[in-house]
Design a protein around this ligand. Sequence first.
Ligand SMILES: [Zn+2]
Length: 316
Amino acid sequence: MDIISLFKRFAETKLLFESSDFLLTEIDEYAYRVKSRSGNALPGRRILLTALVHGDETGGIEALYQCAQEFIESALLGAELTIALGNMPAARLGRRFIERDLNRSFAVTGGQELEHRLARRLEELVADADVVIDFHQTVQPSESAFLIFQYSKSNMDLAKAIAGENAVVTYRGDFSKDGTTLGVYALSKNKTAVTFEMGHLGLSQEQALKSRLLFKKSLAYLANKNAASSTTETETSVFTFAKATVPSAPGRSLKSGFQNFSKISKNQVIAEDPSGPIAADQDGFMLFPKYDELALVSAELCRLVTPLSPEEISGW
Ligand SMILES: [Zn+2]
């Protein structure tokens, strides 16, 4: 998606709210807030949707457009929606980021790089939200779209209610040695915050509709949260990070062809190092395989996830 189309789509998303039912407030060039004219937001119903935290994940724009439509159709009482684009300077150049990964730049006091400033802008929006959904796309293809978040009960409750056929990945502790993500930051501020990895980079109507369905379920969940609801809990596939990752190192590279959720067997060679092949030390599934430039700037070449049983989760 070229940058002109991207801006145009963002403008069109705003125009959807030009009805008498909604009051739109501009926050800045790439963020705005809408609420019903009939009243203030009810507790727990201030939603922040973000996309383009990675500038080249342009499919997020279409997801926001679909979610905006869904928000209007749902007419959820007392809901407030903030829509924000993360890294437009990078998007303008078709890049993931400019100086450093925005999604590793949160909770840095006094950071002076461009993405530190962009992170502080989003941190202010998080302060005024109860629920944060951050739309992303994967650099390599994905065998399944997935929700990913640092574990909290509220995050897991939301995820179970909205995941549907999408996988769920949750973890305890930090996501990455490289820095704090938007989701982890929001959770540290006691927000419910999940990231939705829609699928492979680029414009995709299928991914946008998947995102819309996820958001529709989120709105339904927020509507019923305090009622004695009988939400049908479908069997969600939940995964967590295995201990083992393959750390980045000079001359080391991942074997080609891995996708998100590629099945990995114990002893399978997954990377090459000057000192010899590196094999997986357990069964699992590949997540976030990194090649080329991205591998150089990341702490690890890939992650491995393994299934997490309901019994294990209840012990967290
Ligand atoms: Zn991303």
